[in-house]
Design a protein around this ligand. Structure first.
Ligand code: CA
Length: 229
Protein backbone atom coordinates (compact mmCIF):
# COMPACT_ATOMS: atom_id res chain seq x y z
CA UNK A 1 0.00 0.00 0.00
CA UNK A 2 1.22 3.45 -0.83
CA UNK A 3 0.09 6.93 0.16
CA UNK A 4 -0.91 8.73 -3.03
CA UNK A 5 -1.68 12.42 -3.28
CA UNK A 6 -4.03 13.30 -6.15
CA UNK A 7 -4.00 16.94 -7.28
CA UNK A 8 -6.91 17.27 -9.69
CA UNK A 9 -9.83 19.68 -9.80
CA UNK A 10 -12.28 17.78 -12.02
CA UNK A 11 -14.66 15.98 -9.69
CA UNK A 12 -15.52 13.11 -12.02
CA UNK A 13 -11.85 12.29 -12.52
CA UNK A 14 -11.23 12.65 -8.79
CA UNK A 15 -13.91 10.06 -8.14
CA UNK A 16 -12.59 7.60 -10.69
CA UNK A 17 -9.04 7.94 -9.35
CA UNK A 18 -10.04 7.68 -5.71
CA UNK A 19 -12.20 4.65 -6.27
CA UNK A 20 -9.67 2.75 -8.35
CA UNK A 21 -6.59 3.63 -6.35
CA UNK A 22 -8.35 2.54 -3.18
CA UNK A 23 -9.42 -0.68 -4.88
CA UNK A 24 -5.75 -1.23 -5.71
CA UNK A 25 -4.99 -0.94 -2.00
CA UNK A 26 -3.63 2.58 -1.85
CA UNK A 27 -4.28 5.31 0.63
CA UNK A 28 -5.58 8.29 -1.35
CA UNK A 29 -5.79 11.97 -0.51
CA UNK A 30 -7.34 14.29 -3.09
CA UNK A 31 -7.05 18.04 -3.37
CA UNK A 32 -8.41 20.33 -6.07
CA UNK A 33 -5.84 23.12 -5.99
CA UNK A 34 -2.14 23.34 -6.66
CA UNK A 35 -1.33 25.32 -3.52
CA UNK A 36 -3.12 22.85 -1.31
CA UNK A 37 -1.36 20.02 -3.13
CA UNK A 38 2.06 21.55 -2.52
CA UNK A 39 1.29 22.07 1.14
CA UNK A 40 0.15 18.47 1.62
CA UNK A 41 3.09 17.08 -0.32
CA UNK A 42 5.44 18.87 2.06
CA UNK A 43 3.49 18.03 5.22
CA UNK A 44 2.64 14.42 4.56
CA UNK A 45 5.40 13.15 2.25
CA UNK A 46 3.19 10.89 0.14
CA UNK A 47 4.82 8.01 -1.74
CA UNK A 48 3.64 9.38 -5.07
CA UNK A 49 1.90 12.46 -6.48
CA UNK A 50 -0.63 12.30 -9.31
CA UNK A 51 -0.73 15.80 -10.74
CA UNK A 52 -3.14 17.33 -13.23
CA UNK A 53 -1.60 20.09 -15.36
CA UNK A 54 -4.73 22.24 -15.65
CA UNK A 55 -5.52 23.48 -12.16
CA UNK A 56 -7.61 26.48 -11.12
CA UNK A 57 -4.98 28.38 -9.12
CA UNK A 58 -1.43 27.59 -10.23
CA UNK A 59 -0.45 25.44 -13.20
CA UNK A 60 0.52 21.83 -12.69
CA UNK A 61 3.88 22.56 -14.28
CA UNK A 62 4.58 25.13 -11.55
CA UNK A 63 3.53 22.63 -8.90
CA UNK A 64 5.84 20.00 -10.38
CA UNK A 65 8.72 22.44 -10.57
CA UNK A 66 8.18 23.49 -6.96
CA UNK A 67 8.13 19.85 -5.83
CA UNK A 68 11.38 19.12 -7.64
CA UNK A 69 13.11 22.23 -6.35
CA UNK A 70 12.38 21.49 -2.71
CA UNK A 71 14.74 19.01 -1.04
CA UNK A 72 11.85 17.76 1.11
CA UNK A 73 9.83 16.67 -1.92
CA UNK A 74 12.42 16.25 -4.66
CA UNK A 75 12.61 12.45 -4.46
CA UNK A 76 8.83 12.06 -4.53
CA UNK A 77 7.70 10.47 -7.80
CA UNK A 78 5.34 12.68 -9.80
CA UNK A 79 2.98 11.31 -12.44
CA UNK A 80 1.43 13.95 -14.67
CA UNK A 81 -2.13 13.86 -15.98
CA UNK A 82 -2.45 15.89 -19.14
CA UNK A 83 -5.04 16.29 -21.83
CA UNK A 84 -2.52 17.54 -24.33
CA UNK A 85 -0.16 15.26 -26.20
CA UNK A 86 2.02 18.11 -27.33
CA UNK A 87 2.97 18.99 -23.76
CA UNK A 88 4.49 15.63 -23.05
CA UNK A 89 8.06 16.14 -24.17
CA UNK A 90 8.32 19.20 -22.02
CA UNK A 91 6.55 17.57 -19.16
CA UNK A 92 8.39 14.30 -18.91
CA UNK A 93 11.07 15.75 -17.34
CA UNK A 94 13.69 17.67 -18.98
CA UNK A 95 12.54 20.86 -17.44
CA UNK A 96 10.21 19.53 -14.83
CA UNK A 97 11.59 16.21 -13.70
CA UNK A 98 8.26 14.39 -13.69
CA UNK A 99 8.62 10.62 -13.54
CA UNK A 100 5.82 9.63 -15.88
CA UNK A 101 2.63 10.87 -17.46
CA UNK A 102 -0.71 9.69 -18.77
CA UNK A 103 -2.80 11.52 -21.31
CA UNK A 104 -6.51 12.03 -20.78
CA UNK A 105 -8.66 10.16 -21.41
CA UNK A 106 -6.58 7.50 -19.72
CA UNK A 107 -7.04 3.82 -19.01
CA UNK A 108 -7.38 3.36 -15.26
CA UNK A 109 -5.84 -0.09 -15.49
CA UNK A 110 -2.82 1.27 -17.27
CA UNK A 111 -2.45 4.09 -14.78
CA UNK A 112 -2.54 1.65 -11.85
CA UNK A 113 0.13 -0.51 -13.51
CA UNK A 114 2.37 2.48 -14.09
CA UNK A 115 1.99 3.62 -10.53
CA UNK A 116 2.89 0.14 -9.35
CA UNK A 117 5.99 0.12 -11.59
CA UNK A 118 7.15 3.49 -10.28
CA UNK A 119 6.60 2.55 -6.66
CA UNK A 120 8.49 -0.70 -7.22
CA UNK A 121 11.48 0.97 -8.78
CA UNK A 122 11.63 3.44 -5.91
CA UNK A 123 11.83 0.76 -3.26
CA UNK A 124 14.21 -2.10 -2.60
CA UNK A 125 17.49 -0.52 -3.64
CA UNK A 126 20.23 -3.12 -3.27
CA UNK A 127 22.52 -2.68 -0.27
CA UNK A 128 25.30 -0.34 -1.32
CA UNK A 129 27.64 1.94 0.55
CA UNK A 130 25.57 4.94 1.39
CA UNK A 131 28.19 7.52 0.58
CA UNK A 132 30.10 7.33 -2.69
CA UNK A 133 33.33 9.17 -3.31
CA UNK A 134 34.60 8.81 -6.84
CA UNK A 135 37.03 11.38 -8.19
CA UNK A 136 35.29 14.74 -8.03
CA UNK A 137 31.93 13.09 -7.46
CA UNK A 138 30.30 12.56 -4.08
CA UNK A 139 26.89 10.97 -3.60
CA UNK A 140 24.78 10.43 -0.52
CA UNK A 141 22.30 7.77 -1.53
CA UNK A 142 19.90 8.11 1.38
CA UNK A 143 19.79 11.86 1.28
CA UNK A 144 19.54 11.91 -2.55
CA UNK A 145 22.31 14.50 -2.70
CA UNK A 146 25.15 14.80 -5.19
CA UNK A 147 28.22 17.02 -5.23
CA UNK A 148 30.85 17.63 -7.88
CA UNK A 149 34.03 19.31 -6.67
CA UNK A 150 32.17 20.10 -3.40
CA UNK A 151 29.38 21.96 -5.25
CA UNK A 152 25.96 20.43 -4.74
CA UNK A 153 24.04 19.52 -7.89
CA UNK A 154 20.33 19.93 -8.37
CA UNK A 155 19.28 16.60 -9.88
CA UNK A 156 15.75 15.35 -10.45
CA UNK A 157 14.75 12.02 -8.93
CA UNK A 158 15.11 10.45 -12.35
CA UNK A 159 18.55 11.91 -13.01
CA UNK A 160 19.67 10.73 -9.59
CA UNK A 161 18.48 7.22 -10.36
CA UNK A 162 20.14 7.30 -13.77
CA UNK A 163 23.44 8.43 -12.27
CA UNK A 164 23.39 5.72 -9.60
CA UNK A 165 22.42 3.03 -12.08
CA UNK A 166 25.35 3.95 -14.30
CA UNK A 167 27.68 4.23 -11.30
CA UNK A 168 26.66 0.89 -9.79
CA UNK A 169 27.31 -0.79 -13.15
CA UNK A 170 30.48 1.16 -13.87
CA UNK A 171 32.89 -0.08 -16.45
CA UNK A 172 30.08 -2.08 -18.02
CA UNK A 173 28.38 -0.74 -21.11
CA UNK A 174 24.69 -0.14 -20.56
CA UNK A 175 22.46 -0.24 -23.61
CA UNK A 176 19.60 2.21 -23.80
CA UNK A 177 17.27 -0.75 -23.31
CA UNK A 178 19.05 -1.80 -20.12
CA UNK A 179 18.83 1.75 -18.80
CA UNK A 180 15.14 1.92 -19.72
CA UNK A 181 14.50 -1.23 -17.70
CA UNK A 182 16.55 -0.13 -14.73
CA UNK A 183 15.55 3.51 -14.52
CA UNK A 184 12.12 3.79 -16.10
CA UNK A 185 10.81 0.28 -15.38
CA UNK A 186 8.59 -1.62 -17.73
CA UNK A 187 7.20 1.41 -19.47
CA UNK A 188 7.66 0.86 -23.19
CA UNK A 189 6.31 4.22 -24.28
CA UNK A 190 9.57 5.89 -23.32
CA UNK A 191 11.87 5.87 -26.32
CA UNK A 192 15.62 5.41 -26.66
CA UNK A 193 15.75 9.05 -27.67
CA UNK A 194 14.42 9.94 -24.23
CA UNK A 195 17.29 8.04 -22.61
CA UNK A 196 19.75 10.04 -24.72
CA UNK A 197 18.10 13.29 -23.74
CA UNK A 198 18.24 12.45 -20.04
CA UNK A 199 21.88 11.37 -20.23
CA UNK A 200 22.71 14.59 -22.06
CA UNK A 201 21.00 16.63 -19.39
CA UNK A 202 22.67 14.65 -16.60
CA UNK A 203 26.06 15.24 -18.18
CA UNK A 204 25.42 18.96 -18.40
CA UNK A 205 24.61 19.04 -14.73
CA UNK A 206 27.68 16.95 -13.83
CA UNK A 207 29.93 19.72 -15.15
CA UNK A 208 33.53 18.83 -14.30
CA UNK A 209 32.49 15.19 -13.80
CA UNK A 210 30.63 14.95 -17.11
CA UNK A 211 33.26 12.73 -18.72
CA UNK A 212 32.66 10.03 -16.11
CA UNK A 213 29.65 9.09 -18.24
CA UNK A 214 31.04 7.89 -21.55
CA UNK A 215 29.17 7.32 -24.79
CA UNK A 216 29.84 3.96 -26.38
CA UNK A 217 28.88 4.66 -29.92
CA UNK A 218 26.14 2.48 -31.31
CA UNK A 219 25.67 0.70 -27.99
CA UNK A 220 24.89 2.97 -25.10
CA UNK A 221 26.65 4.45 -22.09
CA UNK A 222 29.27 3.46 -19.56
CA UNK A 223 30.39 4.96 -16.31
CA UNK A 224 34.16 5.25 -16.40
CA UNK A 225 36.30 2.84 -14.38
CA UNK A 226 38.83 5.33 -13.10
CA UNK A 227 38.15 8.99 -12.56
CA UNK A 228 40.70 11.02 -14.49
CA UNK A 229 42.09 14.24 -13.13
CA1 CA B 1 -8.01 20.08 -14.38
Amino acid sequence: MAAILVIEDESDIQEVLEYNLKQAGHDVTTVASGQEGLRLARDRSPDLVLLDLMLPDVSGTDVCRALKEDSRTRAMPVVILTARDDEIDRVVGFELGADDYVTKPFSVRELILRIRAILRRNEGAPPQPNVIEFGQLEVDRDAHRVWVAKEELDLTALEFKLLLTLYDRRNRVQSRGALLDAVWGIDTRISARTVDAHVKRLREKLGAARDYVETVRGVGYRFTEEPLG
